[in-house]
Design a protein around this ligand. Structure first.
Ligand code: BTN
Length: 235
C-alpha cells in the first residue's frame, strides 16, 4: 500500500484524478485539510484542519474496476463496520452511501471514475470535530461527539487504511455480507422522503433496496426505482 499525505490540498479526489496516469493501484491520498473538498451533487465537503479523516483511494486494477457497481454498498459496509467494531456506535446507512450515527451524518463517500482507467473512492469522516459552522445539507456530527471522547486520529487512520487495503483486495469474498449489512441499516426505510425524478420534485415513502442497490420508493401506490441522486427524509 502506498500513502501520499498532504498537510493541505484543494481536494484529494481531484489530486487522484489529475495524477491517474502515474499513481499505483490502491494508493491512499490523505490530507489534514482541503480548501475545495468535494461532496456529492453540487455540495462542498467542509472539515476543520487536523481533526478529521479526509482521503481518497486510487484504484486502477481491472479486478476491482470490473466490480465497480458493488462499491456503492461495499464502501459504506467497510467504513460502517469499522466504526461499529471499534467504537460500538450504532451505524445506519443513508442510501446510497452516507454513514449516520444517532441520526446525524458522520461520513460521506464520493465515488468518481473513468472506466476502464480508474476509480477514486473519496472518504470524509468527521472524527474529532466538535463545532460545525456553516451550511450543511445534513445535520453533521463526529465520532468524538457521539462517543463523548476524542480519538487518536493518526492511529484511527493507520488502522483504517490497513483494513481497507486488505478488504479492497478481496472484494468478492464479502459482497453478500456487505449487501445484507447496508439493507439492514437502511436509514431511510419507511420514511417520507423527497427526491427528484425525471426533473420533477416528488415525495414518497421508502420501501427498501432492490438487488441492484436501487432505492424503492412508493409514490401514489406505485413503486419507483431510483438508481442515483439525492433522497432526503422530510422532517
Ligand atoms: C458527500 O457529499 O457526502 C461525499 C463527501 C466526500 C468527501 C471526501 S473528503 C476526501 C475526498 N476528497 C474530496 O474532495 N471529497 C472526498
Amino acid at each position: 500500500m502506498k500513502i501520499i499525505h498532504f498537510s493541505s490540498i484543494d481536494s484529494t479526489n481531484k489530486y487522484a484524478k489529475d495524477n491517474y496516469q502515474s499513481l499505483d493501484n490502491l494508493t491512499f491520498i490523505s490530507t489534514d485539510y482541503q480548501s475545495e473538498g468535494k461532496g456529492r451533487g453540487n455540495h462542498n465537503w467542509m472539515a476543520n484542519k487536523g481533526e478529521n479523516g479526509l482521503f481518497s483511494i486510487f484504484i486502477n486494477d481491472s479486478s476491482i474496476i470490473n466490480q465497480y457497481e458493488l462499491l456503492p454498498f461495499m464502501v459504506p459496509y467497510l467504513i460502517g463496520g469499522y466504526i461499529e467494531d471499534n467504537y460500538k456506535l450504532d451505524v445506519s446507512i443513508k442510501w446510497p452511501n452516507d454513514i449516520y450515527v444517532n441520526n446525524k451524518k458522520v461520513c460521506g463517500i464520493l465515488l468518481e471514475s473513468r472506466i476502464p482507467e480508474y476509480i477514486v473512492i473519496g472518504i470524509g469522516i468527521n472524527v474529532n470535530q466538535k463545532i460545525f459552522n456553516g451550511d450543511y445539507a445534513h445535520l453533521p456530527s463526529s465520532l468524538s461527539l457521539e462517543l463523548g471522547r476524542d480519538i487518536d486520529l493518526s492511529t484511527f487512520l493507520d488502522t483504517l487504511f490497513d483494513y481497507l487495503y486488505r478488504k479492497l483486495s478481496s472484494l468478492n469474498l464479502f459482497k453478500e455480507e456487505a449487501f445484507t449489512y447496508v439493507c439492514n441499516r437502511n436509514y431511510l426505510l419507511n420514511k417520507d422522503v423527497n427526491f427528484i425524478y425525471n426533473n420533477v420534485s416528488m415525495n414518497g415513502i421508502v420501501k427498501g433496496i432492490d438487488d441492484k442497490y436501487n432505492l424503492i420508493v412508493e409514490v401514489d401506490n406505485k413503486l419507483l426505482t431510483l438508481n442515483s441522486g439525492e433522497v432526503n427524509n422530510i422532517k
